[in-house]
Design a protein around this ligand. Structure first.
Ligand SMILES: [Mg+2]
Length: 302
């Protein structure tokens, strides 16, 4: 799809917004910042990040991006990129992702089979946190976007809610890049099969009209999505404010802010990410903000 200048800015914004949320939240992970704490890109946190350094959320999004090109997804390339990242012994890998990637598979079919074999709780937020790049490859094909989002989620998270969350968020990001509006999220739910719609509609209402105390377990994909949607609505789409609200909600702060940042950036554009943050952003595999903008251009074919 040929993009105009505003759409190109919003495509870059999806990647930059997510990375900025990740790096902003990194210093506050597993905490609940008090009201008088200033939220800034300070680094530190439980894994001692450098200021502006992103975490596993964006590192894995880079793996997703490695398998995307205009209108196409290469699941084996994504699986190989995940395996390469795992080989660097990342400090902050999620439990479910670790269980799968420790199998050392380098292709999609055995990786997804290993994910499907894991018993117990499977609905961590680890596939939603890395979904921002998917929409960029499928801006004019909603069905292919949904199929790719599901297949990429399934590589590590064999879970209906994780899959649906990735499809919903990817559809909203695509709509945001096309139009600048966040209405695509509600539209996806409205258009979903009845059993999916009746599950998510009240949860989105709760997020839009409630508070983080209503969805405190944001390591779970459902509460993570609700926290992100709450922050986006409460900030009325303002990117820095929305990311700050995710961090103030506490707990898995880098991930809720990374999720929110993907959609905030898709609607508001890379130009909504403060220059000071853009200058600081960096992370695995040796990338910076300008690399993310170039990556967005490559994936959209613009
Ligand atoms: Mg993280």
């Amino acid at each position: 799809m040929i993009l105009n200048a505003a759409q190109r800015d919003r495509a870059a914004g999806a990647l930059l917004g997510s990375a900025a949320g990740d790096a902003l939240g990194a210093g506050y992970e597993f905490t609940y910042p008090a009201d008088d704490v200033v939220i800034d890109m300070i680094g530190g946190g439980p894994f001692d990040w450098a200021p502006g350094e992103w975490t596993d959320d964006t590192s894995m999004a880079m793996g997703v991006a490695a398998g995307l090109s205009p209108g196409r997804v290469d699941l084996d390339a994504i699986a190989a990129a995940f395996a390469d990242w795992y080989g660097t012994s990342p400090p902050d890998i999620g439990n479910q992702t670790r269980s799968v990637l420790s199998g050392r598979d380098r292709t999609a079919v055995p990786m997804a089979a290993r994910a499907a074999s894991i018993a117990g709780r499977t609905g961590g937020n680890g596939s939603l946190m890395r979904t921002a790049p998917v929409a960029l490859a499928f801006l004019d094909d909603d069905i292919a976007c949904a199929d790719a989002a599901a297949a990429i989620s399934d590589l590590t998270h064999s879970d209906d809610r994780a899959r649906e969350a990735c499809q919903m968020w990817s559809a909203a990001i695509a709509h945001g890049i096309r139009t600048g509006s966040r209405d695509g999220l509600r539209q996806w739910v409205t258009d979903a099969p009845a059993h999916t719609r009746t599950y998510w509609e009240p949860l989105l209402d709760m997020a839009q009209y409630g508070s983080p105390a209503d969805f405190p377990n944001n390591g779970w994909v459902v509460h993570a999505l609700q926290t992100a949607w709450w922050a986006i609505c409460a900030a009325d789409g303002d990117l820095p404010r929305g990311l700050e609200l995710c961090v103030r909600a506490g707990n898995d702060t880098d991930t809720t802010a990374a999720i929110a940042g993907g959609l905030l950036g898709a609607c508001a554009g890379a130009s909504a990410v403060p220059d000071r943050w853009r200058d600081m952003l960096h992370g695995y595999p040796g990338r910076t903000a300008s690399d993310l903008a170039a990556l967005a251009a490559r994936i959209t074919g613009n």
